[in-house]
Write a protein that binds this ligand. Sequence first.
Ligand SMILES: *Cc1c(COP(=O)(O)O)cnc(C)c1O
Length: 384
Amino acid sequence: MTDSLSAFAAAKLAELDAAHLRRRLEPTRRLDGIWVERAGRRLLSFSCNDYLNLSHHPQVTAAAAEAARSFGAGAGASRLVTGDHPLLSQLEAALAAFKGAEAACVFGSGYLANAGIIPTVVGATDVVLVDELAHACIWAGAQLSGARIVRFAHNDVADLAARLAEARGSARHVLIATDGVFSMDGDVAPLDAISDLARAHDAWLLVDDAHGLGVVGQGRGTAALFPDAKVDLAMGTLSKALGGYGAYVCASAPVIDLLRTRARTFVYSTGLPPASAAAALAALDIVRADAALTAAPLAKARRFTRALGLPEAQSPIVPILLGEADRTLRAMQALEDQGFLAVAIRPPTVPAGTARLRLAFTAGHPDAEIDRLARAVGSLLETA
Ligand SMILES: *Cc1c(COP(=O)(O)O)cnc(C)c1O
């Protein structure tokens, strides 16, 4: 531990410790869609993105197990070499049909998707306009692209309009990138107004709907709330409401073909394991068939926001803003003492001064437990 790299790391960690910003892994066993075991304790989780509890659905786990047994644990290579198992194109067809798109392309993960899509469509002569609260992987993709990055105020259409008009003059192409449902705030992007602006300025629109698919718009995602919106790149993941792993983007056929040929995180990364494709197909079948299930997480979140007199939830995600990281860690501990897991979210995942408990409601959370959580959070807000 005397080399300069280790000394650098130790000093960095000490700084983070002092600011309550060091992160540690906590071994967690998920027992089903809602219960987890940590340090020998059973806790009711409000921190999993498994909104429909499909990670443990018998049809989904059976499909994954069956595919692993039949086709192996891994894809063996990039899809462009030998990793293109037929289940992947079957999944892409199912996703495109469900999203009403011409075509779809599956990626290894959501992070890989945005890191690959954005540099494929924009470069040094272009501008990317990004909502200031968009997910980290949108920023990563924008940075990798070499395009000029312009941040616009969160969900602020007037600010976007002004920056778009300014950017349009110099740029060859302009891409607007936003979350559909914001991952740490749970609010919804005004895709109708954003899409109108994009069309008016011939800008392209990428929407990351990791937290919209399966839980808003009858399960079809955020764009389904805005029927007139035109989303050129409708990206989402297989890892939240669908309960598995992987990601996709829906777009026109030429755009999908270009991504398959040029997106570096697609070309130079191993294909998704067949088991993940099979799990996602099974999960998508359930999402398509069960409207009551896809409506449940938002209804549960609204039960909670009503109980506390908070603004009505727009998605299954409800942030409880506490401000400072140490206060948020104490709140997390207080809830844990009452049997709830609500993981503290701290900078840089959220802006400085906005540390929070981010609650994620799922179809399987019992109403009585939601009411008990509301009472516990209510007394936390009163005392601190
Ligand atoms: C989780 C998330 C991602 C990343 O997806 P992974 O498949 O977990 O890599 C991307 N965008 C948003 C908005 C997310 O919440």
